[in-house]
Write a protein that binds this ligand. Sequence first.
Ligand SMILES: *Cc1c(COP(=O)(O)O)cnc(C)c1O
Length: 384
Amino acid sequence: MRPADGFETRAIHAGQPSDPQTGAVMVPIYQTSTFAQDGVGRHKGYEYARTGNPTRTALEACLASLEGAAFGFCFASGMAAEDAVLRLLSPGEHIVIPTDAYGGTWRLVDKVHGPVGLAYDAADLTSLENLAAAWKPETTMVWVETPSNPLLSIVDIGAVAAFAAERGARTVVDNTFATPYLQQPLGLGADIVVHSTTKYLGGHSDVVGGFAGVNDGAVAERLAFLQNAAGAVPGPMDCFLTMRGVKTLGVRMDRHCSNAAAVVEFLAGHPAVTSVLWPGLADHPGHDVAVKQMRHFGGMVSFTLAGGSSAAAALVERTELITLAESLGGVESLIEVPALMTHLSVAGSSNEVDPGLVRLSVGIETVDDIVEDLRQALEGLAAG
Ligand SMILES: *Cc1c(COP(=O)(O)O)cnc(C)c1O
């Protein structure tokens, strides 16, 4: 890739030259577990597919390019990528995670890495004072998620990364909600960027995967070791599907964002809606930081209803086009009640998710159809 190539060009071409043997324009699905060797210890760069597979290599190069990372590693899921990153820490070290971290992230830290010696505290990272209060001499990592899930709060990546770097700690950013099209954490000062590629990067709700990107060579070497040693790698078909999704990331995100803006406008003007959370709203507490660090405000919208939790549960069962389901980031609109579905547990019991909060992953269907579906579902509520 020429260094000057733009984001959309790299999404389509980075790491994906046409096949030198056949001319195939798309990177083949190398459905093989092993590779013939020319002689003992002499091979073409691939020996065994846990260690490396050309379809995975292509996806890793593409995602690294999009995140501005020198090195990229793909995993079988977002959680597997996060697990590898947490394995960079040793027993006795301390990590600060966000109070509204993705539930799986909190569970991984609390229930998997905690019992073998990783200490942690949860802090509301929208303020550096909270980070300073949670800081310990043993703190070596800060975990950031912005926009967060499901409250869509915004953390100033540059400010947190500078605070951590001054104290010799690394900053990790879970960039799943924003995608590299909207926000590039490494460029803002973070050390490691992680993704659930299951969401916007894959973009079609048909594949599970994860990614970690870094610039530091020593960290990259350790992640490559962990990827091979623990072996939570994605198969070639999954890499192919993710790569196909990534090719349209830019155009999809543009539409996710503009559709979300229209949905927000409708919801904010509806009498049954009591609050709307979206970083694009001028009264959102993270709006100014979002303007500074994001290209646009994303396709995730959360809101509450006058009728509270029973109205929320009724609403998500009344939508017809918008599907009631967990997950997000696909071309289709999905709706859920986090307190009842994805966020039964959150880090820090003082920070329970409002049982009346509805989370909407705004898809790229015709925007009038999405708004119309919400209108009829809200009208149904009023009618009882
Ligand atoms: C889904 C998700 C994950 C976990 O990824 P999986 O691919 O489901 O393992 C991590 N972080 C965020 C923000 C997510 O939305």
